[in-house]
Design a protein around this ligand. Structure first.
Ligand SMILES: [Zn+2]
Ligand SMILES: [Zn+2]
Length: 238
């Protein structure tokens, strides 16, 4: 099953260890590109929608890690799409770099996954790719149904999440959190304290559904789940 529906016009493309997402707002927008070699599965998902690879006009990247940027170069060349990323992470992706120093998130599961990633389950480099447009916090992307860019540093310093205002609000959380078995922090962090501040900020946004790069989506009351875990008592929305 190369494609599953999240909401009308929003789709998840499961790619094994990671998910990519597709937005259909007339033009197609892809969020993240999976590991190297994942392009064909993403293009199969596009065909499942009755669309062609060239219908992908925009590729948004949440951050620089290889399970998100791995097939970027191939997909950009195949589709001719414009590419978008926060400048802090784009600087490395343009050189094919996929990692800054980081520490595992809390708990044994994250420590194990962190060790596995160090054993090259994900590659240490990817093909350098062109990033044409740099994303800024608060930016609204009209081509993707007014998708909002939220700079969420912590997992990486240039991580962005995306908030889609349709279907009661759909958060594309990237790796700021994960839902492997249950909702929890990301697998690793460049700065965990910063990551918690980003999660507190996201917990105040308006969304019903949350999609994760690692683990299945939470459909319904997702913001409430985030607030219970990461909202701060002093925040005005609590
Ligand atoms: Zn990551
Ligand atoms: Zn990831």
């Amino acid at each position: 099953m190369p494609l599953t529906s999240i909401a009308p016009g929003a789709y998840c493309i499961p790619l094994g260890i990671v998910n990519a997402f597709l937005i259909d707002a007339g033009e197609l927008t892809l969020i993240d590109t999976g590991t190297p070699g994942g392009a064909e599965r993403i293009l199969a998902a596009v065909r499942q929608l009755g669309r062609q690879p060239a219908d992908i006009r925009h590729i948004l990247l949440t951050h620089l890690h290889a399970d998100h940027t791995g097939s970027l170069k191939t997909l950009k060349e195949t589709t001719g799409a414009a590419t978008y990323m926060h400048p802090t992470d784009a600087a490395l992706t343009r050189r094919g770099e996929v990692m800054r120093p980081a520490k595992p998130g809390p708990g044994l599961l994250r420590w194990l996954l962190f060790r596995l990633s160090g054993l090259r389950v994900v590659p240490a480099r990817v093909e350098a790719a062109i990033i044409e447009r740099e994303l800024q916090d608060g930016q609204v992307l009209p081509f993707a149904g007014d998708m909002q860019v939220i700079h969420t540093p912590g997992h990486t310093l240039g991580h962005v999440a995306f908030l889609w205002p349709r279907a009661g609000g759909v958060l594309f959380a990237g790796d700021i959190a994960s839902n492997m078995g249950r909702l929890g922090p990301g697998i690793l962090y460049e700065d965990y304290a910063e990551g918690l501040r980003s999660l507190a900020r996201v917990s105040n946004l308006s969304f019903n559904t949350a999609c994760f790069s690692h683990g299945p989506a939470i459909v319904g009351n997702a913001r409430e789940r985030f607030r219970q875990k990461w909202g701060r008592p002093g925040d005005p929305a609590l």
